[in-house]
Design a binder for this molecule. Structure first.
Ligand SMILES: [Zn+2]
Length: 419
């Protein structure tokens, strides 16, 4: 199977961070990785291939190197499993006249207009009385955040639609009647009663699967499942034994600032590295020696050249679709910066023929960031930012280049992991 069609399968099955981590585990298991649990003791040896999951939404995986962590460090690829979306704010369904409406909260910064007039699915995890692990589910229900007819509001024509996140984004579940509470809807699909469900974590998502449009991928959640998939593939397909340890870490909560128990600002990566070192026979000194010899590439999507908005990016540092992953630079600290590391990457990429571009925001525009600066600050390790170019970031229907799937995998697998 080509990496492009395999990626589309991964993307379409990963409608929530819970589902993305489940898909990631399946790919890792099929490649011979086995799970370790944060609550148990770990024993590591050279060549160990394992992964650990925190709360179903954040995951790290690694291949322990032959040379010892403290002496050879780690090469880590970081990305994020979450994407901007609508999430139920209350499980109680509102009734407006006879219409059944789900009150939603806005997770991260989706382009709200793009969520209107779409057929929305509902998926996530439920916690059921008497069961320790949550059940993942995909509801059969379809919801709609409906826009207004242009005849009913002159401002829709000029200045154009600007949905109010509190008033206009709630999702219609039924025109007439229906359940009073979302838990009743989900419980009925699982043969449960609503009172059996003790917790829910649900995302709405576009029911339309991702598609190939010419030489581009059109789909939801490319930011940042594109990079998650490339990271997984790079780790699984990395050739041969190396002295250093190779790893990936896919965090939840990037879109809401990373400051949760599952985000890049959490204890997850530091604890995982500490566990790896001590489970390999090292001590606290060895943890810090490992950090000093390690490096991380934060992989998150970059803004590509847009033919209808050429002035939105800087002509000199804007990547183009299908021409390779971009290294990202920011003088304001929006991206992590390690000149020696990016220099080494550019040099090796050129030597082996992997295309690499550059991205930087205009001085007078832009301000998106990534997990890169957070991990650099928390861990103190050499960190840089990179990502494939895309258009319409945070739309429910984003656009990226087909060839950049392989370009990104090659950059991570053949360049970064081989430095
Ligand atoms: Zn992102």
């Amino acid at each position: 199977m080509s990496s492009l069609s395999d990626f589309l399968d991964y993307l379409n099955a990963s409608m929530t961070p819970h589902h993305a981590v489940r898909q990631t585990c399946a790919l890792l298991e099929a490649a011979g990785f086995s799970q370790v649990d944060e609550a148990n003791r770990w024993d590591m040896a050279p060549g160990s291939r394992n992964y650990v999951v925190r709360a179903g939404k954040t995951i790290a995986a690694w291949i322990v190197g032959q040379g010892g962590l403290a002496d050879h460090g780690m090469s880590i690829i970081g990305a994020h499993t979450d994407s901007p979306c609508l999430k139920p704010r209350l499980t109680k369904l509102s009734k407006s006249r006879d219409m059944s409406v789900l009150n939603v909260g806005i997770y991260g910064s989706p382009i709200l207009q793009s969520w209107l007039d779409r057929d929305l699915g509902m998926a996530g995890a439920i916690w059921v009385k008497g069961q320790a692990a949550p059940q993942l589910f995909e509801s059969r229900e379809t919801l709609r955040t409906s826009g207004l007819a242009i005849h009913l509001d002159k401002s829709l024509r000029d200045p154009g639609l600007k949905p109010n996140p509190q008033k206009h984004m709630n999702a219609i579940l039924a025109a007439n009647g229906g359940a009073d509470d979302l838990r009743e809807v989900i419980a009925a699909e699982h043969g449960l009663s609503a009172s059996d469900i003790t917790g829910i974590d649900v995302c709405l998502y576009d029911r339309t699967p991702a598609a190939i449009v010419g030489d581009m991928i059109s789909g939801a959640r490319l930011d940042n499942l594109f990079s998650c998939y490339a990271a997984i593939r790079a780790l699984i397909d990395a050739a041969g034994d190396t002295q250093g340890t190779r790893a990936i870490v896919l965090f939840d909560a990037e879109e809401i600032g990373s400051r949760t128990s599952l985000g890049a600002q959490s204890t997850f990566l530091m604890q995982t590295i500490t566990r790896l070192v001590t489970a390999s026979g090292g001590d606290t000194q060895d943890v810090f020696r490992t950090l000093a010899r390690s490096r991380l590439m934060s992989v998150d999507m970059a803004h590509g050249f847009h033919p209808m908005h050429p002035g939105a990016t800087d002509d000199d540092v804007v990547p183009e679709l299908n021409k390779g992953c971009a290294l990202k630079y920011s003088h304001k600290g929006h991206y992590a910066d390690a000149p020696a590391l990016s220099g080494g990457i550019m040099k090796r990429a050129e030597e082996i023929g992997v295309p690499v571009q550059s991205f930087s925001y205009r001085n007078d525009l832009g301000g998106g960031t990534s997990i890169g600066p957070i991990v650099a600050a928390e861990m103190g390790m050499e960190t840089i930012d990179a990502g494939a170019p895309m258009l319409a970031m945070h739309s429910i229907r984003e656009l990226a280049g087909c060839d950049d799937v392989d370009h990104t995998i090659a950059l991570l697998r053949d360049v970064f992991f081989q430095l």
